[in-house]
Design a protein around this ligand. Sequence first.
Ligand code: ADP
Length: 581
Amino acid sequence: MSSGRAQLSLIHQALAERAEARLSDAALRLLVEQTGEAVLLMDATGRVLAFNSEAGSRFRIPPPERIESHGNLPGCVWVRLDEGGGVLAVSPLSRALAGEVVRDERWGLRRPDGTRVVLEGSVFPVGQEPGAKPAGVLLRAREVMEEPRLDAMRAARLLAEAGALLAAELENEERVEPLLRLLVPTLADAGVFFLGPGGEAVRAAAAVHAEPERHVLLVDMLRRYPPDPLDPRGLPALFLTGRTERVAELSEAHVEALTRDAEHARLFGLLGVTRYLGVPLVARGRVIGALALFRSEGAPAFGDEEERVAEELARRAALSLDNARLLREAREAVRLRDEFLGIASHELKTPLTPLHLKVQLLQKQVDVLAAHGKPVSAERVSETLDVVQRQVRKLTSLVDNLLDVSRITAGRLKLELEEMDLASVAAEILYRFAPSAAQLHCSLEMHAPVPVLGRWDRLRLEQVVTNLLSNALKYGAGQPVRLTVEADGRTARLTVEDGGIGISAQDLPRIFERFERAVSDRHYGGLGLGLYITRQIVEAFGGTVRATSALGQGSTFVLELPRGDIPDEWLSVPGAPEPVP
Ligand code: ADP
């Protein structure tokens, strides 16, 4: 009996203990639910023993059964909170599983839906026997507001530092690289400065990635895929729109738009950037460049305030770059002007010297002869006057050229159109050059089988042909010069070909510019204005002039002029009527 009672009391005790255990279990669960913190208990094998609803809201996942060995909850990734924002090498859960007490830390967490939170908390190893691994870990955490990467103070400091950099006397390219280094990694994890106002080729003037290996990758990618203004892919679209672009998460379509082919996209992928902020550099209403900023996977997306700071910075950079360019252009213009004044005075003085000497000599002869009561021979006077006249003609043409340039600059080039035959005009000019060609032992050939009628300004047309022919003789090295006139429908074409010194490919594009020359003034005199004036006149006629040449291979200048408002019958040559005189 006594044993029966003892058994009964044991059962009672066991029941009481079970009830107690249930109570404490329930109480514990209640406590876990009520803490207001996310709580997670898992054993050393990764089995989840507790996961409260707060944890469900923070991680945005249903209670998981297991957590894999690297300590990432299903679909979630632990990320760093520093500027790189990359994936955490060792998760806080793994650290506690290894025995570390992780106390009061902050971690970033990327959730399955792509959003990011910052959690603050601790992870404790539990059930740890001395010298052994813990039996499990307990995580307690709560969400905290993420500090903006760029707070007001940092933004102000950034703009001040940028201002100091921009104010320093740096030349263009040098100026953007340090500027970019200010922004990376403070504001972004990677950045590229694209520069290239309309006309000039767009180029990546500076590129920086916060991570050294990825920096090398970025620079290499830009070298292999340099921006091509003719192919808008690979360039921020804001070059066309002039508007800021902000993308929280670069999709495949975005990457496709930013890259040119699959390899480009692959390289871009290796950069590990997903957030994008592109701001235009606008100066005097023109997009002169763009600043493309990127943030790594896991980093917060760019915010409104950050966009404002980037825009302000781009505005200041654009202004400063534009000023630097204006200054450079102004300096270049002054340099060209000074050079021109030097050449112009030399050129104007050259005819004066023989003129002066000849007149002086004649004066002396007149004096000597007069002293002997003899008359001066008409032959001598005439010879002197010839020289005087030649040099005065040279001076007149130089001064005329200078006047033309100032007229063209002031937009006062007036054309008086009348009907004429280009072939006859050309023949007449060629005839005028006959004596100087003979002196140079250079033969002049003309090929103009039929009249080419059109409406042009006679004097200006003569000037153009004169410029091309005089250059052909001057730079023609005594080789034959050939002039061709032909018509092609409503276009008249005049070609001047010489076999002279030629022009290098490098110099060709600039010889039609003002004061530009491709020869040294020690060997060939000249102001570098003839072709400039020629082009201006030809363009005023609505035509074109171009040159093909190679150094030492002679040159060909081709003039194409619209024949103007002429009757259709004139187009069918021969048989075209003579123009009305
Ligand atoms: P200038 O002859 O006074 O220098 P131009 O404007 O007529 O000025 O020509 C500009 C430059 O173009 C010349 O300085 C010369 O270098 C080059 N050039 C022009 N015509 C020829 C030619 N027929 N052959 C070689 N070079 C030429």
